[in-house]
Design a protein around this ligand. Structure first.
Ligand SMILES: Cc1ncc(COP(=O)(O)O)c(C=O)c1O
Length: 444
């Protein structure tokens, strides 16, 4: 086979990769679940390790030729154990959703009751949402946040006592306050449930010491590796000492649930190597600084948005994300703000807010995060400026209102998109965003 690089081999894809790079270079990536990885992580991810089949685990593979792959996987495991302070880790899950599914397979039988945060309240699909297999294969018992945005611990305990779940999830995809792991641990122990902490969003903050660790309180911990942890797409499943005490065979059950009895086949070795690199990076003093700066930045951004007159769920944040409540501008208006900000070079996502008067597809809020822009070196000064720009864009499109019927909505949104494409205010903000970005290069 001729040696040809991507540009020579497939100019169409090469051009699209380049276009995406340019989009990022001159825009602000503020979706809380995204980040910019290091060149070292990317190099491992793009390495020749992708070619190898290694079904099984180090020392117990189905295929030959895994001498070096075993070393890669062992390094990833050892680094994860050290970074989080746990006795056991499986580093093979392809992503967060299969990791969570493996936890179900390892611990429950279909029909068992499972408690998780309701999706519109910030929970993840895999925590028992009705449209996900976790909510159909198992008995779904949702819990909620209060009007003020905080988890309703008293109600959560009552629900647990009533439904006696076999497994309780603590973790979320849109929750801005610190997770009360200790209190959840006590509730799970009271009803004899497994407590599974899904720290997908906050894993990097936990390693950096910028968020409390769930390790003393949970039996199992899952996380993605591509959010605040700043690694490649992937996931980890960890078992704590508390988990091994509850079931000494829990680690073997998790391994089996990932492979061979679960949803996965051969591990993605290039991904495992890149996870190992990210974990090494995450255990440095620079990363501890980075994690703390993410939170500081989110808090300054929160203050800046409030100073402009915007309303935040729970009034602020303890972590890397903010939820802006857009109901003062009308219900279901997240879609307009998301697209308008995108037009202005600021990428965020529309999101439900607690007690959302609209729907997950047309939610009444937006979710904003600081991990990626903090990776670029932005600090408090930039957050104050960005907060002003976000507010300017929101006020610019505040008169757009979501029509009642599906047909009307399609027409209205089409017209809205035409109008924002030529809106001078959005163009002006986009120019300022691009100017700012020039001083904060991407890491690759
Ligand atoms: C809390 C939580 N768990 C799990 C996942 C699923 O991860 P993935 O998208 O990698 O399947 C996410 C993704 O957003 C998440 O926020």
């Amino acid at each position: 086979m001729e040696k040809r690089n991507l540009k020579q081999q497939d100019p169409e894809i090469a051009e699209l990769v380049e276009a995406e790079l340019q989009r990022r270079k001159f825009g602000l990536e503020m979706i809380p679940s995204e980040n910019h990885t290091s060149p070292a992580v990317l190099e491992a991810l793009g390495s020749i390790l992708t070619d190898k089949y290694s079904e099984g685990y180090p020392g117990k593979r189905y295929y030959a030729g895994n001498e070096f792959i075993d070393k890669v996987e062992n390094l990833a495991r050892d680094r994860a154990k050290k970074a989080f302070g746990v006795p056991y880790v499986n580093v093979q899950p392809y992503s967060g959703s299969p990791a969570n599914f493996a936890v179900y397979l390892a611990t429950l039988t279909p029909g068992d009751p499972v408690m998780g945060l309701n999706l519109p309240d910030g929970g993840h699909l895999t925590h028992g949402w009705k449209a996900n297999i976790s909510g159909t294969l198992y008995k779904r018992v949702p819990y909620f946040v209060k009007e003020d945005g905080y988890l309703d611990l008293e109600e959560i305990r009552q629900i647990a006592l009533q439904h006696k779940p076999k497994l309780i999830w603590v973790g979320a995809t849109a929750y801005v306050r610190e997770f009360p792991f200790k209190e959840f641990g006590a509730i799970a122990d009271e009803v004899g449930a497994y407590l599974v902490a899904d720290i997908a969003h906050i894993a990097g903050l936990v390693i950096a010491g910028a968020h409390k660790s769930p390790v003393p309180f949970a039996h199992i911990i899952t996380t993605t590796t591509h959010k605040t942890l700043r690694g490649p797409r992937g996931a980890l499943i960890m078992v704590t000492e508390k988990g091994l005490k509850k079931d000494p065979e829990l680690a073997e059950k998790i391994d089996k649930a990932v492979f061979p009895s679960g949803v996965q086949g051969g591990p993605h070795n290039h991904q495992t190597a890149a996870i190992a690199v990210a974990l090494k990076e995450a255990m440095t003093p620079e990363f501890a600084e980075y994690g703390k700066q993410i939170v500081k930045n989110a808090q300054v951004l929160a203050e800046s948005l409030k100073a402009e007159g915007l309303q935040l769920v729970s009034g602020g944040t303890d972590n890397h994300m903010l939820l802006v409540d857009l109901t003062p501008f009308g219900r279901g208006t997240g879609v307009f703000v998301q697209d308008a900000l995108d037009q202005a070079g600021i990428t965020i996502n529309k999101n439900t807010i607690p007690k959302d008067p609209s729907s997950p597809f047309y939610p009444s809020g937006i979710r904003i995060g600081t991990p990626a822009i903090t990776t670029r070196g932005m600090k408090e000064k930039e957050m104050k400026i960005i907060g002003k720009w976000i507010a300017e864009v929101i006020f610019e499109v505040k008169h757009y209102q979501l029509p009642e019927t599906k047909e009307e909505r399609i027409k209205y949104i089409k017209q809205f998109k035409k109008e924002i494409a030529v809106n001078p205010k959005l163009k002006e903000v986009k120019g300022k965003v691009a100017e700012l970005c020039k001083d904060f290069p991407l890491p690759y």
